[in-house]
Ligand binder design. Structure first.
Ligand SMILES: [Cu+2]
Length: 487
């Protein structure tokens, strides 16, 4: 959130309240003072200039002091806010995004999830201090959905994201006009945890590099446990896991989620879910039907991703600063935010169908590749096919316009979320079990021993890009490979 009065809380103690007189007790103003100490901050929109379908915007990464949960924090931000402002664009738009780096270290932008050329979304590009780079691209038809942006310079990703460099990107499209979606209350939820020590991002220690760093401040749009007073009885939540390593296993009290979109946009019809697991980098859009008045907690349920625990770590190097600051893998549900339903809520009907998702013809597959995930935990080294990332090595060469199957095999002891840039894929099956619905994805989680098969159409763009684990510490420590797509 902006460093403004947005985080100001209204506090009033019992004596002051009594002094105001008993008659005031039931007044809406006072009850709000008690229930809404941290208002839900709407993710601000990035200012854009639009001429027809040409959109221009600027993003600047720089150090900034922000008020996080009532305390000053020295972070790295896009345009001085946490999260960065939402870039809102439309299918078919031509976007000209000028990125300026005012950090004292190299950075760049990754436009996570967009099907755009790797020559634009260049993972190896380095934008130095005080330099700018223009990202120019066109948003393909059918790409409406929830995306995000973050840095991608190998070796700097984990520390820069841990310092706050994340932001949302929303591509709208024709389907958003259907009444069941248009008339819902849309909210963007950027889930970003922070590990702060003395108001600064905690320095990564060995455990952080091994497990990926989790922060005990689990923020929603930069706010700690905010309260959303819903104006409408149907919510459309666009949820982004923008955390370095934390998994979110979400549940809203007394309400199922109706999944309508995954990483790459709409699915064919809503799918009811009791809980929703989002690995780092993943997104989902869900509808929530608030059918009764009340306050409902959005909780993060415990999820075991197989991380190394302190107990087994005697004799390790620098373990300082662990304690409460690295709140990893909670064993109890944690409240992320609270939703207050409107009075006399009458939710909209669910859409009966959304968007057809292309059925890929797997008989046309030209190559089947295999990627094995492994780790040397004690050295915090992570490998794909026994190799550490080398930007000068081409790991896979693909042919433009062909369909590939990739077999992702997790032979390590912890979960790894696999991410491929520029080319969205579909999950075919997991350990031989077909996926329950068709969806475009750019992140898929691999549990220990999982063998997940994905179908990867190499469409529209040639160039060199990367695939990697989206626990960004693992990416920085080698768990990344290169894909060269040729004519
Ligand atoms: Cu990983």
């Amino acid at each position: 959130m902006k460093n403004s009065s947005a985080t100001k809380t209204i506090t009033i103690n019992r004596r002051e309240l009594l002094a105001l007189g008993g008659a005031a007790l039931g007044s809406p103003v006072l009850s709000r003072a008690f229930t809404q100490t941290n208002p839900f901050p709407q993710a601000p929109s990035l200012e854009v200039t639009r001429q027809g379908n040409v959109v221009e915007a600027t993003l600047t990464s720089a150090p900034a002091n922000l008020n996080i949960n009532g305390k000053n924090a020295q972070l790295m931000t896009y345009n001085s806010s946490l999260p960065g402002s939402v870039l809102r664009v439309h299918e078919g738009d031509t976007v000209r995004l000028t990125y300026t780096n005012n950090l004292k270290e190299v950075s760049n932008l990754h436009l996570h999830g967009l099907h755009i050329s790797p020559k634009v979304d260049q993972p190896m590009l380095e934008v130095k201090n005080a330099e700018s780079h223009v990202y120019g691209f066109e948003l393909p038809k059918g790409s409406s959905g929830t995306y995000w942006y973050h840095p991608h310079v190998h070796g700097n990703v984990a520390t820069q994201m841990a310092a706050g460099l994340v932001g949302a990107m929303i591509v709208s499209g024709p389907l958003d006009a259907m009444p069941e979606l248009r008339d819902a209350e849309e909210q963007v939820l950027v889930l970003k945890d922070l590990a702060l020590v003395d108001g600064k991002p905690k320095e990564h220690d060995m455990m952080d590099w091994m497990n990926g760093q989790e922060g005990s401040l689990m923020l929603v749009n930069g706010a700690f446990k905010p309260t959303l007073r819903a104006a409408k009885a149907t919510l459309r939540l666009r949820i982004i896991n923008a955390s370095n390593a934390r998994y979110y296993n979400l549940k809203l009290e007394s309400h199922p989620f109706y999944l309508i979109a995954t990483d790459g946009g709409f699915i064919e019809k809503p799918v009811a879910l009791e809980s929703l697991l989002l690995a780092p980098g993943e997104r989902a859009e869900v509808l929530v039907q608030l059918t009764s008045e009340g306050r409902f907690k959005l909780q993060n349920l415990p999820y075991n991703r197989g991380i190394m625990k302190m107990g087994g770590m005697s004799g390790m190097g620098n373990m300082s600063g662990m304690g409460g600051m690295t709140g990893s893998s909670e064993t109890q549900p944690t409240t992320l935010m609270t939703v207050i339903a409107p009075s006399n809520p009458k939710p909209l009907a669910l859409p009966s169908s959304l968007l057809p998702v292309e059925k890929l013809d797997l008989s046309r597959t030209v190559v089947t590749r295999r990627i094995e995930f492994s780790e040397q935990m004690m050295q915090a080294k992570f490998y794909l096919n026994q190799k550490s990332f080398d930007p000068n090595r081409v790991d896979f060469q693909g042919k433009l316009g062909t369909l590939e199957i990739w077999e992702l095999h997790n032979k390590s002891d912890m979960d790894h979320p696999f991410h491929l840039h520029s080319y969205p894929f579909q999950v075919i099956d997991r350990n031989g079990k077909p996926e329950p619905y068709r969806a475009w994805k750019d992140v898929v989680n691999l549990k220990k021993n999982d063998l997940v098969r994905i179908a990867v159409p190499l469409r529209d763009f040639t160039g060199m890009t990367v695939y990697h684990c989206h626990v960004v510490e693992h990416e920085d420590r080698g768990m990344m490979g290169t894909l060269q797509v040729n004519d």
